[in-house]
Design a protein around this ligand. Structure first.
Ligand SMILES: [Zn+2]
Length: 168
């Protein structure tokens, strides 16, 4: 039996009507409804995924910010420790005996500064995207004001939004 006939059974006999493409049933047995409900679910799924992506981006922003803050705190502590050690070394012999500790602290300061620079750089890149979003919104305003054909305006808006939606 061909696959593109309705699976619904009437009495003992299968319906046998041609199916609505994309469903297992004919028009009389709910083929359209099956497709409609699937489309509805796909649309819902799409919105859920989009929402989750936005949420992830926002959480990532928070995390980055708090990581940066903790690194800045760390740097302040390391600097204080280093100052403390150095101020204790009034004699060259003391400086010598503290050298491993000083070297360790200097290395930690260096690493922390490096981390902070990296984080600030990636956060600036995020900020750039926000600036682009604002620019595109301003361009859409100009287009809406200057072009009288609503069809053309809609097309331009959609294309600009597509550009913004691109990941990289
Ligand atoms: Zn049928």
């Amino acid at each position: 039996m061909a696959k593109n006939v309705c699976e619904s059974v009437r009495g003992n006999r299968p319906c046998g009507n041609p199916v609505i493409p994309g469903s297992k049933y004919c028009n009389n047995h709910g083929g359209h409804a099956v497709i409609r409900s699937r489309e509805k679910m796909e649309k819902r799924q799409y919105h859920i995924e989009k929402y989750n992506q936005e949420l992830d981006a926002r959480i990532k922003g928070f995390e980055e910010h708090s990581r940066l803050t903790s690194q800045i705190d760390e740097l302040a502590i390391l600097k204080a420790l280093l100052d403390n050690v150095l101020s204790q070394c009034t004699q060259p012999i003391e400086l010598l005996s503290h050298t491993p500790m000083i070297a360790d602290l200097v290395q930690k300061v260096d690493k922390t500064v490096c981390n902070i620079h990296k984080m600030q750089k990636s956060m600036n890149m995020l900020l750039d995207k926000q600036v682009i979003a604002e620019m595109i919104s301003a361009i859409i305003d100009v287009v809406t004001e200057e072009i009288n054909d609503p069809k053309v305006v809609k097309i331009i808006q959609a294309r600009l939004k597509d550009i913004l939606a691109r990941d990289e």
